[in-house]
Design a protein around this ligand. Structure first.
Ligand code: KG4
Ligand code: ZN
Length: 354
């Protein structure tokens, strides 16, 4: 078969990224320009600043991605771009850029779902991984347990009912003075703390009267595989408040470690229930929180115990990048999926929607 080189573009949040991927699984270049420093002073991503910075950086990042891959626009077979979900202004920069390149170079345009990209990150380093498998997608905006039935085809088993896991990390980090971005800072701080110092609640989401094998169909349907993190976040805030009111000191590393342990327990528990109930043999994690060291260790142990093959991307492919978009785009391309020149940014694009 002819070699396929796809340029991936990702601008859904605060990373301007471009990558060239060969035949879906060989990364020729992976350029990421992070805006973290710019947003840190505001304690979170400022959408207007993100859009403006994407516009400034996008050409440079794409040029670097082509140079590092040793290719020109003429060597490409398609342009894949994240068109949702994400910040609308940020997404529009990538979508417009991808359209301009595809139009000028007569290349097919492939719009990619950002979450599908996160799942596809697992294909990059695991050449043997093929659907079907179960995947827990844990990012700043999403927490989903899904069965990846085929490339780009998902059966959603559960989702978060309130905050996403990454969102909880970011909010708790802010509350304990670690700042933005919270996930990596809590991960680091927790290494010096006792994960059992404070017993924060583990969310236990269950709907009585439903069997374990209920699937999420409509966007509001609840299942036994749903997640919830806002109760835990409130428990941390209450703990801090109580310490303040009673004049007690609290230990930042212990709070970080105990909070992280509660998130990890919930994520592992729900995943392993799914693995057990559906009898899957392959389990993967994806998204920014999948970079968490405690989670990776706990999942590895739980999967080994359950006799399940465990897949996880390197940290650089867990957080936002364009290689995962090019990889997901490759499988969309093989399926014959093409986007029209009317491709638009869809900020609330649901998983499984096109
Ligand atoms: O997937 P991602 O890069 O962007 C979204 O699509 O949302 O995820 C970003 C989220 C942030 O909430 C960040 O705090 C979290 O992933 N994160 C982590 C770690 N690295 C990033 N959370 C826990 N531990 C980490 N090491
Ligand atoms: Zn993401």
């Amino acid at each position: 078969m002819k070699d396929i080189r796809i340029l991936g573009i990702e601008t859904s949040c605060d990373e301007t990224a471009a990558s060239v991927v060969l035949n879906g699984r060989t990364v020729l270049s992976n350029v990421i320009s992070s805006q973290i420093d710019l947003h840190t002073i505001y304690g979170g991503v400022v959408p207007e600043i993100a859009s403006r910075k994407h516009i400034e950086k996008i050409d440079q990042v794409i040029t670097m991605a082509l140079e590092k891959a040793g290719v020109t626009f003429d060597d490409l077979d398609a342009v894949a771009v994240t068109y949702g979900p994400g910040l609308v202004g940020a997404l529009l920069v990538g979508v417009s850029e991808a359209k301009a390149i595809a139009w000028a170079k007569h290349l097919p345009l492939v719009g990619v779902h950002h979450i599908e990209g996160h799942v596809a990150a697992n294909f990059i380093e695991h050449k043997d991984l093929e659907p079907p498998f179960m995947c827990e997608i844990i990012s700043g905006g999403h927490t989903h347990l899904v069965i990846v039935e085929d490339y780009g085809k998902f059966r959603i088993l559960g989702r978060t009912r309130d905050d996403a896991a990454g969102e909880a990390f970011d909010k708790v980090a802010r509350a304990i003075g670690l700042g933005y971005p919270g996930g990596p800072k809590i991960d680091k701080e927790a290494k010096n703390g006792d994960p059992h110092a404070i017993e924060f609640p583990r969310s236990h989401v269950e709907d009585k009267g439903k069997t374990n094998l209920t699937f999420a169909r409509g966007s509001h349907e609840m299942t036994n595989y749903d997640f919830s993190f806002s109760g835990l976040k409130s428990a941390v805030l209450n703990y801090l408040n109580q310490c303040k009111m009673t004049g007690q000191t609290w230990n930042r590393a212990d709070v970080a470690a105990s909070f992280q342990q509660a998130v990890v327990d919930s994520l592992v528990d729900t995943a392993m229930r799914g693995v057990h109930d559906f009898g899957v043999k392959k389990f993967a994690i994806a998204g920014g929180v999948a970079a968490n060291s405690a989670l990776r260790a706990a999942m590895r142990d739980a999967c080994a115990k359950a006799g399940v093959d465990f897949y996880y991307p390197s940290p650089v492919y867990c957080t936002d990048n364009a290689a995962m978009i090019a990889t997901a785009g490759y499988y969309e391309f093989l399926s014959g999926n093409r986007s029209g020149w009317d491709l638009n940014a869809v900020p609330n694009l649901a998983l499984g929607e096109r």
